[in-house]
Design a binder for this molecule. Structure first.
Ligand SMILES: *Cc1c(COP(=O)(O)O)cnc(C)c1O
Length: 264
């Protein structure tokens, strides 16, 4: 075993693990740069490192010890996020990307002052609860008065009944609701997960229909409402294809942290 490198407070990061994580992150960043160069040179792509079910020390390694000083991390479960937030530096930009229950929206927005965005908003009720939570947080924290919480609207581009997300044809009215009625939220863009089968098909040289569809929906909504909207699409197996389809933000877990344990 290598000697552990010590870091912020009591957390010990095993040096060999830190090296593997840095190497994985470097490799993903190179692939992003290469895909971007081919489709839209100099376009900045945000990489969200999806750390769900991985230990806080992994995050600290990439944020504090690694030369990348990575800042954007994504989590799927509220309790896990809250516990990591309490252990890790305030300088992390947290993304909540998981399935979102309406009754969890208010605590999510109210309790985490370095929550950078919520990516899985698919009903106006959820938007309203996030709005409520964020307005309470803004009352408490002076520095957050004029800082809205970014949100992405999650779109069900694959038409699968079990997938979360708003229907493409209802996307515009949800976006409009957020813009008009949620003054503590900022609509950042649209997000999709898409069908696994389609991302597999991309490996064989086809366009991913979910990515094409999300871009179409974005173009229509942006035009209709006269606003700019980012696209959050692409995961470990398909982020290069997503970038070629116009993605602004990719969410990569396994490609950086390795296989996840099963959710207990
Ligand atoms: C888990 C998850 C990811 C990351 O998936 P990988 O295949 O491990 O890269 C991205 N987006 C969402 C919404 C997720 O739940």
């Amino acid at each position: 075993m290598d000697a552990p490198t010590s870091s912020c407070s009591e957390m010990q990061i095993p040096a060999n693990r830190a090296a593997v994580l840095t190497e994985n992150l470097t490799s993903v960043l190179l692939k992003i740069a290469s895909a971007t160069n081919k489709s839209a040179p100099n376009k900045p792509i945000r990489l969200v490192a999806v750390s769900k079910l991985k230990p806080a020390t992994d995050i600290l390694a990439l944020h504090s010890t690694s030369p990348h000083k990575h800042t954007h991390f994504g989590e799927n479960y509220l309790q896990e996020l809250i516990s990591k937030v309490s252990l890790l530096p305030r300088s992390i930009n947290w993304h909540f990307i998981g399935a979102l229950q309406t009754n969890k929206c208010k605590p999510l927005a109210e309790q985490i002052s370095n929550l950078w965005c919520v990516e899985s908003v698919d009903t106006s009720k959820k938007a309203d609860q996030l709005e409520k939570g964020r307005s309470l947080l803004a009352e408490r924290e002076e520095g957050l008065k004029e800082v809205p919480l970014r949100v992405f609207v999650q779109v069900n581009t694959s038409g699968e009944a079990e997938k979360a997300g708003v229907e493409p044809r209802e996307t515009s009215s949800l976006c409009k609701h957020i813009i008009q009625d949620c003054s503590h939220l900022k609509l950042q863009g649209l997000m999709t997960i898409g069908a696994i089968a389609r991302s597999k098909a991309v490996a064989e040289g086809h366009e991913n229909e979910d990515f094409v569809r999300l871009k179409e929906v974005r173009d229509v909504v942006a035009e209709e409402l006269g606003i700019e909207l980012e696209l959050s699409m692409g995961m470990s197996d398909d982020f290069e294809s997503a970038i070629r389809c116009g993605s602004d933000e990719v969410r990569v877990g396994t490609g950086i942290f390795g296989e996840r344990p099963k959710k207990p």
